[in-house]
Design a protein around this ligand. Structure first.
Ligand code: PMP
Length: 364
């Protein structure tokens, strides 16, 4: 047959996820850690990988890594599930708690993967939009779950791409108000220094998502994990791909987790640099920078698309959200090394100065 019938109807018009990666000197577009794992950890990883039997399937549940994570969090193995990046676990949550006839509560603007997963799994996506300052409309969320038809909610803390964390008191109220699964996406919690993990002891409907991709410099290895009570983990195990976390990634994850204290100075530097970049942005006329508890800053300005291009032409790649719904005029800059951050600030300052000069010439 020289033709193929149409794919599933929910795929019609769907655009595959595009991280908008382009060659650049300073990658400030994907919220990655600007520093790779250090040479000593890298050498330890190489030694550990050399012992991995490649002819054997990996441990399906990555139990060694599971135990390390469980112990560090005061939990048991049964409370931890590894995935091929947080992305895979987000899909597993949509498979396990979504589906035809089921509903997902989303708080846009937020990580676009959540709504895409809902669509792929034929789950109804109910939006409670954030306020103009991107804070959660807490009363509206509580009222909406009160109707009883929501099967799962995702609260991103800190929220990507807007930057601020959710209040713990609100998450506790939400957990008390519903039996829906509440997934708190803490992919960036190391930069906010805040977690809702203690609430696991009292709330069976809480799940927490974490990742090795950001604070632990491992976006290339694809490792994420969920912390939850055992019944939630058991449901996720029913839908997961048995061998999604390969043996090499497990080995890398074990070494990095054992050495996690070595990443602390890098995390501290990012938090300090965030303060410095924020101060610099706040001195730029016409730029509104939103508060951030994470490793990036979202800001809005006139001619954001042109500013993106100007920065890119100077080797600085930031993320352009200027035509995304609810994010009009917004760009997001990941916090990089001090040198990369300087290049970003200098570029933006030059763009604004040139725009002002152009406008002045046009008025003459
Ligand atoms: N959650 C949020 C909010 C994210 O921004 C990301 C990464 N873009 C993820 C989850 C998934 O990260 P990863 O798949 O690299 O673990």
């Amino acid at each position: 047959m020289n033709k193929v019938r149409a794919s599933a109807p929910q795929l019609e018009g769907l655009v595959p996820y595009d991280p908008k990666y382009l060659p650049a000197e300073a990658y400030l577009s994907a919220n990655e850690n600007p520093r790779d794992v250090d040479a000593e950890v890298r050498a330890a990883i190489a030694r550990r990988i050399a012992q991995v039997p490649l002819n054997r399937y990996p441990d399906p549940l990555a139990n060694r890594l599971r135990d390390l994570i469980a112990e560090a969090n005061g939990l048991d193995r049964a409370n931890v599930l590894l995935g091929n990046g947080g992305d895979e676990l987000l899909f597993d949550v949509a498979l396990a708690w979504g589906g035809p006839g089921r509903s997902f509560l989303n708080l846009p603007p937020t990580f676009s993967v959540y709504a895409a997963n809902a669509r792929l799994t034929n789950t109804r996506c109910v939006d409670v939009p954030r306020r103009a300052d991107f804070s959660i409309d807490e009363a509206a969320v509580l009222e909406r779950v009160g109707k009883g038809d929501i099967d799962f909610v995702i609260v991103t803390s800190p929220n990507n791409p807007t930057g601020q964390r959710a209040s713990t008191a609100f998450i506790e109220e939400l957990l008390d108000a519903t039996d829906a699964l509440v997934l708190v996406d803490e992919a960036y919690f190391e930069f906010s220094r805040a977690t809702v993990r203690p609430l696991l002891a009292t709330h069976e409907n809480l799940a927490i998502l974490r990742t090795f991709s950001k604070a632990f410099s491992l976006a290339g290895a694809r490792l994420g994990y969920v912390l939850a009570n055992a019944p939630v983990i058991e449901e996720l195990c029913k839908v997961r791909q048995p061998y999604s976390v390969d043996a090499i990634s497990q080995a890398i994850g074990e070494v990095v987790f054992e050495n996690r204290a070595r990443f602390e100075p890098g995390i501290r530097e990012i938090i300090e640099e965030r303060g410095r970049v924020m101060e610099a942005l706040r001195t730029l006329p016409g730029v509104t920078a939103y508060p951030s508890d994470s490793n990036w800053i979202l800001f809005s300005m006139e001619d954001a698309g042109a500013a993106w291009q100007y920065l890119y032409d100077r080797g600085v790649l930031v993320r352009d959200f200027s035509s995304a719904p609810m994010l009009e005029g917004c760009l997001r800059a990941t916090i990089g090394t001090p040198e990369q951050n300087d290049a970003f600030i200098r570029g933006l300052r030059d763009f604004l100065a040139e725009s002002r000069a152009q406008r002045a010439r046009a008025m003459q």
